[in-house]
Design a protein around this ligand. Sequence first.
Ligand code: FE
Length: 199
Amino acid sequence: MSSDLTVNDHIPIALRAEALEQILVERGLVDPAVMDGFIKAYEQDVGPLNGAKVVAKAWTDPDYKSRLLDDGTAAVGELGFKGPQGEHIVVVENTDDVHNVVVCTLCSCYPWPLLGLPPSWYKDPAYRSRVVKEPRTVLSEMGLDVPDGTEIKVWDSSSEVRFFVLPRRPSGTEGMSEEDLIPLVTRDAMVGVAEVTAS
Ligand code: FE
């Protein structure tokens, strides 16, 4: 109980990250300018809008949807989305019978080119451990009540495979164009902790 790890847990993660960064810079292992540029790009330029474009296209183009489910990496690459943490993307489709939710039990693996950087709850040890054991309860606590008759599948992302959820298209959006559908699709729906609603 009194290991160094436990003690370090009390130091805010931002401070620990800063200390690590300082050492890496001092030893010449990373260039701060390169690192700042990288972080800026993923904070400001790459975000869930990319994933939303993928979802809206899949909802309106059946051929694209089948390519997406068949080979996620290639299909998102068609829209120009590729890069670190996106080398092997697997897309899982929500249906009336199956609800998919994504976690990284080990750390925080996430499809960066589609969703940007992961939110803090995704990195939270409580989410990572509990969603595997009691997904229905965790989803309910996050505001999503999955019907009892719907199976919940939990997908564990890793450095090899990043999972991405294709949410169900909400009813009431039948006449909407791909462009109009994009703003409806939320980050949480593409992780599988929420559903897309029509408004
Ligand atoms: Fe991870």
